[in-house]
Design a protein around this ligand. Sequence first.
Ligand SMILES: NC(=O)C1=CN([C@@H]2O[C@H](COP(=O)(O)OP(=O)(O)OC[C@H]3O[C@@H](n4cnc5c(N)ncnc54)[C@H](O)[C@@H]3O)[C@@H](O)[C@H]2O)C=CC1
Ligand SMILES: CC(=O)C(=O)O
Length: 375
Amino acid sequence: MNIGIPKEIKNNENRAAVTPAGTLEFVQHGHKVLVEHNAGLGSGFTDEEYKEAGAVIIPDAKEVWEQADMIMKVKEPLPSEYGYFRKGLILFTYLHLAAEPELAKALVASGVHAIAYETVNVNGTLPLLTPMSEVAGRMAAQIGAQLLERPHGGKGILLSGVPGVSRGKVTIIGGGIVGMNAAKIATGLGADVTLLDLSIPRLRQLDEIFGNQISTLVSAPANIAKAVAETDLLICAVLIPGAKAPRLVTENMVKTMKPGSVIVDVAIDQGGVVETIDHITTHDNPTYVKHGVVHYAVANMPGAVPRTSTLALTNATMPFALKLADTELQQLLIANPAIRSGANVLGGHVTYEAVARDLGYDYIPAEKALSKVTI
Ligand SMILES: NC(=O)C1=CN([C@@H]2O[C@H](COP(=O)(O)OP(=O)(O)OC[C@H]3O[C@@H](n4cnc5c(N)ncnc54)[C@H](O)[C@@H]3O)[C@@H](O)[C@H]2O)C=CC1
Ligand SMILES: CC(=O)C(=O)O
């Protein structure tokens, strides 16, 4: 199979979908890897390194897309890439379709088989989301701490406090991978951390992990409202896999926050948890102020630490990518429930229930779509 690796084009997206080491694995499995010129440079991988691993370097994106049987990316295709979609092409990348209706429309219309990293499910875990959630969770606390500094628009709070002055308050909504990693860094910085989740078993686990370093609360509207009003830094990390994020933090709640408080809505890639977040921000222009509160809503946070992120992401994606490359797709979708759960659009059918529900498509289970699709 021909595997295409285009250069990422999202703002400050410096990750690459495959490393030279991954290229070598594909080549050893008998595949041809087409890497767009400088696709790895942002992550510190040169064309020479890819060539040494056996890749063919292609000067432009169009040719990569046209020659590939499977395109591997990091972020969702942008509108300038929709023109490259064609029937039968396999696309393996983050998609976040519930928050990307135009992309969903283009995929359905084109007959691309789109497998989303973020919904690949292995025994209730999301192994292709986890590494980037670890990165983004850790970054969220780090970035929030910086934004609380006065020159960045914050209220001028040092999260650790100092002897004689109280610590800053951090509230984290959603205690999964992002939430837990944010808590790890925030407690490390010495903040006073409260974490809310809907799942009481998950809160028990977090209580076991962090002990008295954090307070836990069940995620009910009254608890959210009280915690938001009192916090210096709010980190949002809720996920219902595949679905649009629930808007748990209302505009009225944001109005109760003190001026110079900070919101980092990590769940922005699924549409965001905070009502006052009305657009996705970029690494170039990451924040805006509304009701006196600094809002941060960058949807590709790990793109800013691409060396760490590319290595962590490809550690997780390569075993699945090799299966996609080695096995005929229809056969693989039948045999492999993890890949099947990643299937969001197959041959013009939306095959992930939460995506279909949120975007108003008929939901066709992948098993059924398979019989309707000529792959
Ligand atoms: N902006 C960015 O660059 C990045 C964003 N993300 C996003 O961060 C979000 C969180 O990801 P993960 O931590 O990996 O997900 P996860 O599945 O590990 O955790 C989500 C948590 O949310 C909880 N939850 C669900 N409904 C809730 C509610 N109503 N109130 C409180 N908690 C609730 C779940 O019980 C679970 O513990 C996702 O949208 C993910 O795509 C991840 C990486 C990078
Ligand atoms: C998960 C995601 O949105 C990212 O890594 O950019």
